[in-house]
Design a protein around this ligand. Sequence first.
Ligand code: DAH
Length: 371
Amino acid sequence: MPYTVPKLTNFSAAALDSAVRELLSALEQESAMVASENDWKIYRDRWMARKNGVLTQLNDLWLKAAPGPSKKEVGQRVNELKGKVEHTVEATLARIQSGASSGKLAAERLDITLPGIRRPLGAEHPVIKTMNEIVSVFRNLGYSVEEGPEIETDYYNFEALNFPPNHPARDTQDTLFIVGQESKVLRDRLLLRTHTSPVQIRTMEKMKPPVRVVCPGKVHRNDAPDATHSPIFHQVEGLAVDTDITFCDLKGTLDHAMKALFGSSVKTRFYPSFFPFTEPSADVQISCIFCGGKGTRDGGPCRNCKASGWIELLGCGMVDPNVYGFVDYDPAKVSGFAFGMGVERIAILKYGVDDIQLFFNGDVRFLEQFG
Ligand code: DAH
């Protein structure tokens, strides 16, 4: 039954209360039924039309009918109701216009027969996953984690790592420079770091030995993308400096790390190499994880290790005494080792990925396999 304004005969406070309650409840109920602008116009007119709207009827059926002594109180109540009706009518319009109800009742908008909303679970990116795995191998050995900026100065990226200005060793890292740096002295010029080794310097500047840190992060080179190169990739750098650290410590540490990453049957081999910031320097090779180090597979030469039985994986060496000179360490008192590994390279081997670009193309079909 739609609400109709009752003609009041009893003007006691209790009777007025009850009449007011009934009216307000009807106002709310009818508001809830309004689902479109058309509905709303009808609703508004029903309650507020000058001619015969509910408010107008209140004047006639309540106010004018009230005996003299009750007029004041009835007048106050009618006034209050007027405010409430106007407010509710306005709020109803706002609800419709907010789009919450596109011509449908709230109750009709829920279709419980529809399948639930499935939230696709995110997966860690294989590069980040591998980087975290490498870091955790070293955390378990007591290393802590340090990070440094991706935009570096020439000083940290090259000079303090014992790459003198104009030295040909700089040509081994094809660098991306920030524009407009020419007016600065060389060591202050900004570039995208080509390796995570600058974090070694930043760490030694702020920490006294003993130091044991790994430094994961993104690095940049001016390399054209192909199946094995990417202008952006990731490295994990390692540095241990203390008294009496020897090449044996370096070998034992990296042998352990490679076994932790690739399985305990993997062997390591240290091959002479050159890096300006280590002396002596070595490349670490692991026995080929595809042919078990035999060099042959399925009756032919193993393609993954070019039949050598070994795969080259990372660079390392004993920290060059010249480097200590840049960070105020005494090379007569301390010694240490450093290493640096490419995260994508390790992920490629661990997961049998044949193209580094797959890591950066963002194809969900590739990425969700690592979930
Ligand atoms: N920074 C070297 C590179 O990007 C990798 C490297 C080699 C890091 C030997 C080291 C190291 O700390 O000792 O090619």
